[in-house]
Design a protein around this ligand. Structure first.
Ligand code: DC
Length: 222
């Protein structure tokens, strides 16, 4: 590991856009760990593996050929030869990835893979437990928040933009449910690392947040 910047936060807090923009600005690799849990959920559901079968899920995780290609923006995620960037973003995968991410064997395998992917390079790692569990020694940690209403609104617009027909109320209810699951699970629950800088993104654009983070990094490195 050379240098890791961690950006954690709940769904819709803006962390994906911010992480991607930041990584581009400082010429680092962007690691989208949520996409990795989504890939596990997709592969497990395709194979009909029960989410209560930790042993099989662990085996599945270790057998997955997962890799990001960085020639596109946002990066594409491949499972073997298949580009799964689109099928992992369905509303079903939102909920299933949250459920499967609570399984011990899945978290262990993903943590190992995430650390392996970060070895020897500088990265911006985005997720729920980057600063607390996966890269606790990272020098720079950020935690993005925003009100549930604003996060749901962002998620709703994103989905409508993709051509999905959804109701705002359902999007908000599902987002709150997923928040609850991610925050209350026993392993690596969503929470800020003690040394993380909290950023409330409710009234900020991604560009403004990136500017704040860059200022902060400069100050720390001075
Ligand atoms: O960031 P996302 O919405 O794509 O993440 C999907 C789910 O994956 C999220 O609800 C919880 C899980 N996740 C996790 O447990 N740990 C991470 N580091 C990233 C995501």
């Amino acid at each position: 590991m050379t240098d890791v910047i961690t950006i954690d936060g709940p769904a819709g807090s803006g962390k994906s856009t911010v992480s991607r923009l930041l990584a581009k600005k400082i010429n680092c690799l962007y690691l989208d760990t949520g996409a990795m849990y989504r890939a596990v959920a997709l592969a497990a559901s395709r194979k009909g593996i029960s989410f209560s079968d930790g042993k099989r899920l662990g085996e599945l995780c270790r057998s997955l050929e997962l890799y990001f290609t960085t020639d596109a923006d946002p990066p594409r995620l491949f499972l073997g030869k298949e580009d799964i960037s689109v099928p992992i973003r369905t509303p079903d995968m939102d909920m299933l990835s949250s459920e499967v991410s609570a399984v011990k064997e899945v978290r262990e395998a993903m943590m190992e893979l995430q650390r392996k992917m970060a070895r020897g390079i500088s990265i911006v790692a985005e997720g729920r437990d980057m600063g607390t569990v996966v890269f606790p020694e990272a020098r720079h940690k950020f935690f993005l928040t925003a009100s549930p209403e604003v996060r749901a609104e962002r998620r709703y617009k994103e989905m409508v933009g993709r051509g999905e027909s959804v109701s705002k109320e359902i999007v908000e209810a599902k987002l709150r449910k997923r928040d609850h699951q991610d925050k209350t699970r026993l392993l690596a629950p969503l929470k800020p690392a003690t040394s993380a800088k909290l950023i409330d993104s409710t009234k900020l654009t991604p560009d403004e947040i990136v500017r704040d983070i860059l200022k902060d990094l400069k100050k720390r490195n001075a």
